[in-house]
Design a protein around this ligand. Structure first.
Ligand code: 0X9
Ligand code: CA
Ligand code: CA
Ligand code: ZN
Length: 307
């Protein structure tokens, strides 16, 4: 479990229970499924939120993913806030209702549940980042677009940025990618926009991560400008710093490059609170309400950008 003082954070079991509760409270709006299993066999829960949720309607789709990195627990709370807002406010908030009625919203609160459960095992934190396959693979270096191309990941299993032995060798990144691949309907990718939540540094990041250049094969200047414009617009609502992800450092095999490079999904990484290493990955549970609500407007912008 989480250490004393941090009990407001949700364990994997508590997150699962919360999603089940949401589905039973709002059966017309929320449908709980899974995209597959983690290496240790935990269900990779996904909740879909929309009107007529049981039907695949012709509405632009949006994806939110959280907790690729084990110790970034605040991100799971971010996904849970999205779930709560778009279900519990549906009946009373016309703006929320409109977003839900005109989109299909997918939320995956725990992409790496083995890692996050390990990180809190014994009631203390273990500073764990990767999944729990062997010495651990960094799932955010394991995606199959220019995997391992450019010095933005490591081939050593002991490294914090180990890319794995091959692209999508991690069952967690593979399961999410298979889900996204399956959203190509009639030759058209239905998911239009995506945010992958991380901590920390208070940044809004866009692709590519594998090159310092703004434009590259698969990214025209006009496409880059669109990423930057929406990124800056979202950052203006939460006070984060907007930049291309390679301005932070070069990454290869990260999720955003795959989402855009393979599917032309407008895909961002948010690095949430705090700005620096104190409190770093482990802010007290008391910050959860303010630091997740801080992204409400940006979440609305990314949903409304899916057209
Ligand atoms: O290194 C990462 O995977 C992310 N930072 S973290 O401190 N949460 O580990 C940043 C990844 C950003 N780059 C791309 N998404 N391309
Ligand atoms: Ca619908
Ligand atoms: Ca649909
Ligand atoms: Zn991260």
């Amino acid at each position: 479990d989480f250490p004393p003082g941090d009990q407001a954070y949700h364990t994997y079991a508590e997150t699962t229970a919360e999603l089940q509760q949401t589905q039973s409270s709002f059966p017309a709006l929320a449908k709980l499924t899974s995209v597959g299993n983690s290496y240790q066999g935990r269900a990779l829960n996904m909740i879909k939120i929309s009107d007529n949720v049981a039907t695949d309607e012709n509405e632009p789709e949006v994806l939110f993913t959280c907790n690729q990195h084990a110790r970034e627990h605040l991100t799971t709370e971010m996904c849970l806030r999205i779930v709560k807002r778009f279900t519990s406010l549906y009946a009373t908030d016309a703006n929320i209702k409109k977003m839900v009625d005109t989109h299909e919203i997918y939320v995956i609160p725990n992409v790496n549940p083995d890692g996050s459960e390990y990180d809190i095992s014994g009631g203390t934190y273990h500073m764990w980042r990767k999944n729990r396959q062997g010495s651990g693979t960094d799932t955010n270096r394991n995606w199959g677009y220019k995997w391992g191309c450019c010095g933005g990941s490591s081939g050593s299993p002991s490294s914090e940025t180990y890319r794995g032995p091959s692209a999508f060798s991690a069952p967690e990144s593979k399961a999410v990618a298979d889900f996204v691949n399956g959203r190509v309907v009639g030759g058209v990718q239905q998911i239009k926009t995506h945010i992958d939540f991380h901590t920390y540094s208070e940044l809004v990041l866009w692709p590519f991560g594998w090159t310092y250049n703004n434009t590259a094969p698969g990214m025209t200047q006009a496409e880059y400008d669109k990423f930057a414009a929406l990124g800056k617009q979202m950052a203006a609502t939460n006070g984060y710093t907007p930049e291309q992800s390679s301005d932070l450092y070069i990454t290869d095999g990260a999720v955003n490059d795959w989402m855009w490079g393979t599917h032309k999904i407008l895909s961002y990484t948010f690095e949430m609170y705090p700005k620096g290493s104190n409190p770093g990955f482990y802010p007290p549970g008391s910050v959860i309400p303010a630091q997740t609500a801080r992204n409400d407007k940006a979440v609305d912008l990314i949903i409304n950008a899916a057209v």
